[in-house]
Design a protein around this ligand. Structure first.
Ligand SMILES: Nc1nc2c(c(=O)[nH]1)N[C@H]1C(S)=C(S)[C@@H](COP(=O)(O)O)O[C@H]1N2
Ligand SMILES: [Mo]
Length: 252
């Protein structure tokens, strides 16, 4: 099912790029078909697997010796480089938007919150998987601390990295709904396999949202913004890759 959904998405995206202006009508139909298929799979999946079901967990022996880093692996943005140079001791995670009490937390403060450890499988849309142990703080803990306003519907992750490595490049971002945000395995991880989260894997803080595909797991998190709608962000589709044709709901 995943592969089929990916293929539909990829075909629609490739189609959009290849088609000339006079083929727009054809693209519109392809795009509409993709959207319909996406809606159907999402609804079908909701019927089959409850959204709060847990992702499988693994033993230490099953941890992948070579967990592949993917996408950005060494952000070049100057604000990121400045923090990295100090071992992220000046890093602050900002949580704002539709919250009662905006938060700004350093890593030491994050580590004082109850920690959770889980060994899970990462599933990239490109067709590879890797298993690792992640430790961090539950996103729900921080959202409850900040206090969500009644209009809150989505949690947006603003990241440090631009995939083109340009200072003014479009930075990675992602969004999830409150069901995934409050899922018991959704954490902001600062340790990987018992060690400080390495830069290629998203230092100092990355999302683990275990019931979704890899691109939803925002690395290099700079700011968490709670919103009612993500239509005003980027190109309006809720994420860097979503803006380029990937589907917003990437449940596995
Ligand atoms: N900020 C940011 N987060 C990101 C990406 C990225 O390029 N930038 N790539 C995504 C993709 S496609 C995958 S598969 C995973 C890769 O995580 P890893 O580098 O730990 O394997 O990160 C996701 N989160
Ligand atoms: Mo990915």
């Amino acid at each position: 099912m995943n592969r089929r959904r990916w293929l539909i998405g990829a075909l629609a995206t490739a189609g959009a790029a290849a088609l000339s202006a006079c083929d727009r009508a054809v693209y519109a139909v392809t795009d509409q078909a993709r959207r319909m298929a996406e809606g159907l799979t999402r609804r079908a999946q909701r019927l089959v697997v409850p959204r709060d079901a847990l992702a499988p967990t693994y033993s230490k022996a099953e941890i992948s010796p070579d967990f592949r880093p993917n996408g950005s692996v060494d952000p070049a943005a100057s604000d990121y480089l400045a923090l990295k140079a100090n071992g992220f001791s000046d890093y602050r995670l900002v949580i704002d938007g539709l919250v009662e009490r905006p938060l700004s937390l350093g890593l030491a403060e994050l580590k004082r919150r109850p920690a959770q450890t889980q060994i899970t499988k990462h599933d990239c849309v490109e067709g590879w998987t890797s298993i690792a142990e992640w430790m961090g703080v539950r996103l729900e803990t921080l959202l409850d601390e900040a206090g969500l306003k009644p209009e809150a519907r989505y949690v947006v992750f603003h990241c440090f990295d631009a995939l083109d490595q340009r200072e003014d490049g479009e930075r990675y971002y992602e969004s999830i709904d409150l069901i995934d945000a409050r899922h018991p395995q959704t954490i902001l991880a600062y340790l990987m396999n018992g060690e400080t989260l390495p830069v290629p894997h998203g230092a100092p803080l990355r999302l683990r949202v275990e019931r979704q595909l890899g691109y939803k797991h925002a690395k290099y998190i700079r700011r968490i913004e709670v919103v009612e709608s993500f239509a005003h962000l980027g190109r309006g589709k809720g994420g860097y890759w979503e803006d380029r044709g990937y589907e917003w709901y990437a449940g596995i």
